[in-house]
Design a protein around this ligand. Structure first.
Ligand SMILES: [Cu+2]
Length: 285
């Protein structure tokens, strides 16, 4: 009887958690990114359908699971697919073709998948996201943080190479969205009630470091791939290097609305207007 209730609870926990699943098929899509200022620039993304969406797919696994992914190149140039920690299994995919990748995710943690062709140009254009592995039943949020310089995208999308030489990014996004639009992303918008513990999975798929500051709370790092951040640390600011990820745990001990943002103030802007960048208001009830 007790086992039935445990199963029932797990079942309902599964269907009421965020709409993050294990997609079997991923598409590398080319599209037009729409900024918070309603301007556009060419972009890439990895999605679960053949329709471009700046929000790269989140792939969720449980430890011990084997992910059998089919990646379809829905673009007109060669692309690749690699996963950090599994780079020996990288694949290249011709236009209109597909490739398979099999990943045995044996530990809890966070991994980045990315387009390994013309690295880092296609990653710069947007083709990178996260694979998360967890046994936790805590409510989870997923942040893919990234910056871009609108004036570079046209030439890079035509085959130019990304260079950090004169890099001066002007758009800063979480899952392809900026404040206030990011408030409506239920996979990213952090909320909860006093007594809740929530998990935040964060990858930096940009080319710059992003230091994320949580107001009102100290979080604990559960997992990190970033060499400057260690699991077990408890603090309020998390400087995540390019192409690294962290898993943070937040214990909600008070009500209120608290901001969380990139501490580098330019990253809270979009083409010089504030606060249209990496900024969110968390709601604790
Ligand atoms: Cu701050």
């Amino acid at each position: 009887m007790q086992r039935f209730f445990v199963n029932a609870i797990l079942f309902f926990a599964a269907i009421t958690s965020e709409a993050i699943a294990t997609p079997q098929t991923l598409y590398i899509n080319r599209g037009s990114f729409v900024t918070i200022k309603k301007t556009t620039f060419p972009s890439l993304a990895v999605n679960t359908t053949e329709v471009y969406d700046a929000h790269n797919a989140v792939i969720a696994a449980t430890p011990g699971e084997v992910l059998n992914l089919t990646i379809i190149n829905n673009d007109s140039v060669l692309h690749g697919f690699s996963v950090t920690g599994f780079t020996s299994q990288s694949v290249t995919i011709k236009p209109g073709k597909s490739a398979q990748i099999h990943l045995t995710i044996d530990k809890e943690g966070i991994y980045l998948y990315y387009d390994s062709i013309q690295y880092p140009s296609f990653v710069y254009l947007g083709a990178a996201g996260m694979i998360v592995s967890s046994k936790s039943t805590h409510r989870s949020f997923y942040w893919n943080i990234k910056e871009q310089q609108a004036s570079l995208n046209e030439s890079i999308s035509r085959g130019g190479k990304f260079s950090k030489g004169n890099y001066d990014p002007d758009f800063f996004t979480i899952n392809g969205l900026s404040y206030p639009d990011i408030q409506a992303d239920t996979t990213a918008k952090i909320w909860g009630s006093v007594g809740d513990t929530v998990s935040i999975y964060m990858v930096n798929t940009g080319q710059s470091m992003h230091s994320i500051h949580f107001h009102g709370f100290h979080l604990k790092c559960l997992f990190s791939t970033s060499p400057n951040i260690r699991a077990g640390w408890e603090k309020d600011s998390w400087p995540i290097k390019s192409m690294q990820g962290v898993v943070l745990e937040l214990v909600i001990d008070k009500i209120g609305r608290y901001s969380v943002h990139d501490h580098n103030l330019v990253a809270v802007s979009a083409a010089k207007t504030h606060p249209n960048g990496m900024f969110m208001i968390m709601e604790m009830k």
